[in-house]
Write a protein that binds this ligand. Structure first.
Ligand code: SF4
Length: 336
């Protein structure tokens, strides 16, 4: 399984005798994913299974399977949750209609939407209230885009990449703003915005970056790896937008090949042919244990020299969803 397309060899890359791995930092698990997974775990601990989760809590096969084993039940539609149950909304966010459906079914909800996605929902609401047309740059059908669009469906038009920019239509060209999904390619989004600006010279930009810090940092890190690595392995699931974008970023930055794998056993030995330097990183929904397994797999094949390539420090953390914080405050304090 891979999403690789071959690209030209990096012209300036020196050949090496020893096999090595360049390990990206930062990589993996971001603050929003950490919070969402902790929310499901905390809900299981407080209320016991089953805890329903609408959509994959984060786009990672291993995380979903691990939570399923602990008693989480993943559903795609609110209607699949039995009345009166507890449901967690995923990190990607949901439209207001989903909150209404949950209320109708008398569900207790825990909203694990990443605060950086909530920020975009608020921007959409604000610009819609000011009667702007909103051009939302994102991937059609992605859960986050569905949730954001649902905040102001009459004002939002989806623009799915630079090629789609020419199709965008608005009511008033002097009152247009663009927003974006959090997990896009930074470079491609710049291209899309440039294309939109040729049609709409007065296009307003969002007040701050919509592509989140974790997505940006992981793309910068994987590009750095690609300067020296012939092969880049990105650990992540195929439905993870930020992981897919990292593969593209690696190829764009000069890696001879780049592949996306969920697990070490998906790596094909043939990918290593003639490769002395492997770049390794992981998407924002990937726990480090999966990267450790890839390092072990590579070490068994002679890639024992591991060098960290650090491009940023990350210290952002988010507190648990308010529904859980409220409940935790009401828990009795154990006697010492
Ligand atoms: Fe939040 Fe970004 Fe992580 Fe998505 S990738 S959960 S937006 S921090």
């Amino acid at each position: 399984m891979n999403t690789a397309t071959p690209s030209q060899a990096h012209p300036a890359r020196p050949t090496r005798a020893t096999k090595r791995v360049l390990l990206a930092s930062p990589r993996g698990w971001c603050a929003g994913v950490d919070r969402a997974v902790a929310a499901v775990e905390k809900a299981l601990e407080l209320y016991g299974p089953p805890i329903y989760v609408r959509h994959e809590i984060v786009h990672n096969k291993y995380v979903v399977q691990t939570l399923e084993r602990k008693g989480a039940i993943f559903v795609e539609k609110t209607q699949e949750v039995p009345e009166g149950s507890i449901v967690v909304f995923s990190a990607h966010g949901v439209a207001p209609a989903v909150h209404a459906e949950a209320a109708e079914r008398k569900l207790a909800t825990i909203d694990a939407t990443c605060p950086l996605v909530t920020k975009i929902h608020r921007e959409a609401i604000r610009f819609a209230n000011e009667d702007y047309d909103i051009l939302l740059i994102g991937h059609e059908g992605h859960e986050e885009v569905i949730g954001t669009s649902g905040e102001a469906p009459d004002h939002i038009t989806l623009v799915d990449g630079p090629a789609d920019a020419a199709n965008a239509k608005v009511r008033d060209e002097s009152k247009v703003v663009w927003l974006s999904q959090t997990t896009l390619s930074v470079d491609e989004t710049t291209e899309t915005v440039d294309a939109l600006k040729t049609s709409f010279p007065n296009l307003l930009s969002p007040p701050s970056d919509d592509i989140c810090y974790a997505t940006q940092n992981r793309q910068i890190a994987v590009k750095k790896l690609a300067e020296d690595a012939q092969l880049v392995i990105v650990v992540g699931s195929r439905n993870s937008s930020n992981s897919q974008r990292m593969v593209e970023a690696a190829l764009g930055a000069g890696a001879d090949s780049a592949y996306l794998v969920d697990f070490a056993d998906e790596i094909d030995e043939a990918w290593l042919q003639g490769v002395t330097t492997v770049g390794l990183t992981s998407g924002a929904s990937v726990p480090d244990v999966l990267v450790d397994n890839v390092l072990k797999w590579l070490a068994e094949r002679g890639y024992t020299d591991v060098e960290a390539v650090k491009t940023a420090d990350e210290s952002i953390t988010f507190s648990l969803p308010k529904e859980l914080r409220r409940n935790l405050r009401s828990q009795p304090v154990d006697d010492p």
